[in-house]
Design a protein around this ligand. Structure first.
Ligand SMILES: [Zn+2]
Length: 292
């Protein structure tokens, strides 16, 4: 049995190849409970959550990783956000019936956008590639080859109650030659992995099953959970960016301003006094220095 809602990193001793495995259970169900997604999209979103958890774990990085699949339809948008605290949130938009099919059938012409938002306020990084390949794993591997020049193998599987992924990657500082042979062997061994094994096997069993002749160092498991990063403060900032006139007109029309977070369905309400306060702090900053 796989250990629920955990991420585990591992290293092949003496070789410049690393791996990460993730298993999402309650984290995945928390996303499904909030929105009712049709079947082909549900599976894609589950795979994307596993993939983003894996990718965020390959970076030494404090902050948020936001991965978006933007399509021309039937699915128009998938967003998965991972934080360096190992939390995830996700949503998807679609505009018509979704055929069972490959990535291109579900998203049409599309692109993958990955944004890193460091928590220390440093500049955002964004990488964009056109969607290629028939699976999400293909598209992400292509992204990593293009943007990071990293040889990566990625296996993803989403079921009704859990979703899982395995990533193996040649480390950036690895030398050619011997390492290339080792990498090819690991890639071939990993490619024998079956969907059911990925979803059901514990990481130890899985590593034994795939790489029993290799010396693998397994790191401590890290708990994963669903958590939304929305807050009254962030919603307030968003309302401020709309401008006072816009917010006032909503207030007059509706009697209050209500903003619902799409990721977690949390509702934030602002009455006349609240909106006054939102903009009052702006006014204080915007007053030009008085000439006395
Ligand atoms: Zn939220």
């Amino acid at each position: 049995m796989a250990e629920p809602d955990t991420l585990r990193r591992f290293l092949f001793e003496g070789a410049a190849v690393r791996g990460v495995m993730v298993h999402l259970d309650a984290t995945w169900r928390a996303v499904l409970e909030r929105h009712d997604y049709p079947e082909p999209l549900r599976e894609l979103l589950g795979e994307m959550m596993a993939a983003v958890a894996l990718l965020s774990a390959t970076l030494k990085f404090e902050g948020r990783m936001i991965a978006q699949l933007q399509g021309s339809g039937p699915v128009t948008l998938l967003v998965v956000e991972a934080s360096s605290e190992r939390t995830l949130r996700a949503i998807a938009h679609w505009n018509r019936e979704i055929p069972a099919g490959d990535l291109q059938d579900i998203l049409g012409d599309g692109r993958l956008v990955i944004t890193l938002e460091p928590s220390d306020g440093a500049e955002r990084y964004q990488g964009i590639v056109e969607l290629t390949g028939s699976t999400l794993a293909d598209a992400i591997v292509h992204y990593l080859e293009r943007s990071e020049q990293l040889d990566t193998g990625l296996w993803l599987a989403a079921g009704k109650d859990s979703t899982a992924g395995l990533l193996v990657q040649k480390l950036p500082d690895s030398a050619e030659g011997e390492d290339a042979d080792f990498w090819n062997r690991i890639s071939q061994l990993t490619a024998t992995l079956k969907r059911k094994e990925l979803l059901e096997l514990d990481v130890r069993e899985l590593i034994h099953r795939l790489y029993h002749e290799e010396d693998v160092r397994l790191f401590e498991s890290e708990p994963m959970c669903f958590r939304c990063s929305c807050s009254r403060e962030r919603v307030g900032n968003m309302l401020r960016s709309l401008g006072k006139a816009e917010v006032q007109s909503i207030l007059e029309e509706q009697g209050e301003v209500e903003v619902a977070c799409e990721f977690c369905n949390q509702k934030y309400q602002y009455d006349a006094v609240d909106t006054e306060q939102l903009f009052a702090s702006d006014v204080a900053h915007d007053i030009p220095p008085t000439t006395q």
